[in-house]
Design a binder for this molecule. Sequence first.
Ligand code: C2O
Ligand code: CU
Ligand code: CU
Length: 576
Amino acid sequence: MKSSKMNLQRIAILILIFLCQNAKGQYNTMWIPDTLSGTQFNLTLQDTFAQIVNTGQQTITSGINGKFWGPTLFVNKGDVIHMNVTNKLNDSTTLHWHGMHLPAVMDGGPHQVIPPNTTWQPYWTVKNEAATYWYHPHLHEMTEEQITKGLGGLLIVRDAIEGALALPRKYGIDDIPLVLTDRDFNSSNQMPIVPYGDSMLTNMTLRAQYNVPAQVVRFRILNAAIERSYNLGFSDGRSFSIITSDGGLLNAPVSVTKYVLHAGERIEILVNCTGQNGTSVDLKAYNSLLGGFIAGGENFANGPFGNFLGHKDFNILHLNITGPTSNAISTIPATLTTNTLLNIADANITRKLTISDSSGVPGILGPNAFILNHKLFNIHFNEYQVPLGNTEIWEITSSSVFGHPFHIHDVEFNIISVNGLAPAAAQAGWKDVVFIPGKTGATNSVVKFIAKFDDFADDLHPFMYHCHISLHEDEGMMGQFVVTNPSDINDIDKIDFPISIYPNPAKDKLFVRFENPSQSAYYINITDVLGRKKLMLPVPDLQNGIDISNLSKGVYTISIIENSSKKTITKSFVTY
Ligand code: C2O
Ligand code: CU
Ligand code: CU
């Protein structure tokens, strides 16, 4: 009698433990995005489905070469890389290379629209330093929706300086990408388009766990959220070493126990797990410590910003520490690189920008939008003409009570000051996003950074600057500038540019030749008989012809914009 009662008790306890675990939710092994490397990258954006929630229906998603999110691209500084971006979505889109220093016409901002069933082929020489960058859609007013659906991916640059350091670089083993975001899932497991989700997703995995070896582990962390900032820290309070800011290595690792990562920002960190085989630790967001004017620090129970994670601490990743690998890295280097930062004395100009809310601004929006320079984004208006080669200080004064992660395209910059103070050590390197804190009482916040706008001038295609909270960006918290080259001769009389295209009919390759060798193509579009764009070729290299092997048999129009005159000529050709 006694022993069977004991057994019943035991069974009851076991059931209880099982129920508790189920209520807490079991961990899922974190997904690691596939990798692509080399100099030619095929990226296909598509609408699809993914089993994100463990039970029930699949979720309608978009993915790049896959179901939800895209591959991690590894590129080397100095290489010329070619992207074949094919849009198989039902909508137009763009693909922006966040953080890359490249020609505006290759940038993938709102001006480089890729219609459905079209391939866009940008290419550029990788000039950025080794660090973790990313790519994501940037279609005007559609960024929040397209990122929410799952479009994006990491872009990792390697270079000789980083390569010479004793750092972990076994992808998925001791060099682990962490894409942080959050989503809502409704009762049929679908994702509404909301600024804040109820559920943390780490590499698009709910309740993620991962095994890491007992050695120094590197995490490349991207805040890919629509709005939320994450106050990163470990459950045992351990310190971790930040080794990069957005756009390059820091001079030396910076040891911290907490770090707030805002939307669009990246850091790489080293965590020493040496000798901890068999233990576990959680990477968490300590967002209960965030103030109410930092995204994710607010505590709205209901309404459009209501969510379960607001002003709470929650798990990002449960780490199980396992045995070390061979050739394990066991120490954190003392120094990393020597950054030569821009010199304030070299600045040609200080541009003053403002951030404010739209209350009181006549005729534009309700009181709840945020705006730059007192106006909404206008895709046809260039706020600034930046002379090629300028070194500029951008001074941003914010009268918004809310903090905004400000991002600029084309350049990596150095923060000069945040409310008069020099940047924290972990931000004293190359950055492309800077957090502009909300004003304190009646005192506006002022952030200054310095950047050099070299290499790429283009009168037609602007670069963007905007808040990286996608909701704010879509609502109009964005502006644009062109980098202009005063020595560019724009001879508007030069309307003739005799060209020949051959062979015609063509099969796999189409060649274009300018009769005047000083002329070249700025842009080529190939459209079918129904006027649908099939191929978009920014500044194509025409040496080896245009690859038309993917075009089905038929009649096409090629329109060529000549580089110096920006005039267009169109011709027809036939494929067989
Ligand atoms: Cu990551 Cu203009 O964006
Ligand atoms: Cu960007
Ligand atoms: Cu904002």
